[in-house]
Design a binder for this molecule. Structure first.
Ligand code: ZN
Length: 162
């Protein structure tokens, strides 16, 4: 993805209040981020356990999404539905996002099981190895895994608007 600034990140959020987007903790390491290895920027909030954020590049600009998750993750080995990495217990969480607009204000959410560290782009590229090891070998090349990840994360964002 293209590099984005803190201001662009704060302005990109679609499913939380402007105040929340202004106050949330943006990663302090933006300057050191290897943007060309990312399909989206994802991070957990260091101040609030169970809060995480994703910023996904879209044709009309970046879309920021605030999500909640149960800390501790799932109690068994599970697969991330975004990058399809198999993780040991605790390393995949059900990430729940409020929908965009009126539907979200009424309390409607969408959820997806996802790497708790939100490092899907690094797992897909083989830059990060799950604690389980890559014991579930796949026939896909890294490029194909990246393409699949992008489709999956796009589909997740689309669900926020339906
Ligand atoms: Zn993942």
């Amino acid at each position: 993805m293209e590099p984005i600034t803190e201001n662009e990140i704060r302005a990109s959020f679609v499913n939380c209040s402007k105040g929340d987007a202004k106050r949330l903790n943006v990663p302090r390491t933006l300057a050191d981020t290897s943007w060309d290895e990312l399909d989206f920027l994802g991070w957990t909030d260091p101040s609030y356990a169970g809060r995480a954020y994703l910023v996904v590049p879209r044709p009309d600009g970046p879309v920021g999404i605030a999500v909640r998750y149960e800390t501790g993750g799932s109690d068994r080995a599970q697969m991330c539905t975004i990058c399809m990495t198999m993780h040991s217990r605790g390393n995949v969480s059900l990430m729940t996002a409020r929908k965009v607009g009126e539907s979200g204000r009424k309390g409607n959410t969408v959820g997806t099981y996802m790497c708790t560290d939100l490092a899907c782009p690094l797992y897909a590229r083989g830059k990060k190895t799950p604690a389980l090891g890559n014991r579930y070998r796949e026939s896909l090349t890294p490029d194909e895994r990246v393409e699949r990840l992008q489709k999956n994360v796009d589909a997740f964002v689309d669900r926020l608007y339906t």
